[in-house]
Design a protein around this ligand. Sequence first.
Ligand code: NDP
Length: 284
Amino acid sequence: NKTPVTVVGLGLMGQALAAAFLAAGHPTTVWNRTAGKADDLVARGAVRAATVAEAVAASPLTVVCVVTYEAVDDVLDAAGGGLAGRVLVNLTNGTPGQARRTGARVAGLGADYVDGGIMAVPQMIAGPGALILYSGARAAFETHRQALEVLGEARYLDGDPGTAPLYDLALLTAMYGMFGGFYQSLAMVRAAGIKAEEFTPMVTAWLAAMAASMPAAAAEVDAGEYATKVSNLAMNQAAFPNFIDANRALGLSPDLLLPIKALIDRAVAEGHGGDGLARLVELI
Ligand code: NDP
């Protein structure tokens, strides 16, 4: 008596989602533009739908996970009126604006729309640490919460379908900043003949120590007060040319660092040299 679920889009992520529903005992119908990607899932008990319309007709809940919202539009074109009275959960990465437009379109088709952001890689789906953020039609989310919990912790944010993508993009922004800095640091030590694997344990410990200061920075941002006794912008400005110069001397591009230097320079020029780094939030 588990809810039948349809998964549309069987890329790396969609295959993981469909496999999780199957493993949890949900009758699972699948569709992918390139039909062969369903073969493994069908061998494990999934039903292959011949068309998107047939796929959405098979279940009260359809989960879409394709590459972009342009692809989502193609899927909706093909689903047509068949979505009426059903629930569409869209886990494709996109912007808040795309999510809101899609929500309006789906509502116009007579269906309930929930948007989502997957904070996990496919290998993490249905395992510990997988978090999926949802926003949009609350009653529809609650109706299918149990099924969605199969994929990972299901956290509902609010009724605006744009909210989950906003959180998703903000979290990924923090991630890309972190990886950008990490890769630059690996290029630096490698250029000096040091093995990345030797250096990396120091990076993980250092970043964990620095992450511990984030709640205090968040309190500064919320209060709009950045005076610091820890590490002020004037000192950071004085040190920053060292990063640029050392990277150039190693034969490396300092391009990832230059926008941060520009922000610090501007903050000091505007008279904020005594403030902490979190002041930069005001300049972005
Ligand atoms: P893949 O590139 O592996 O798969 C893309 C999927 O989109 C394929 O099923 C592809 O079909 C389908 N597709 C592309 N264009 C169309 C179209 N016009 N009509 C119908 N289907 C189309 O990507 P992933 O599965 O890795 O990612 C899917 C979504 O999940 C993306 O939005 C991604 O940002 C998000 N995501 C992915 C994560 C990851 O770690 N992989 C993590 C978190 C989110 P076909 O097989 O026919 O090409």
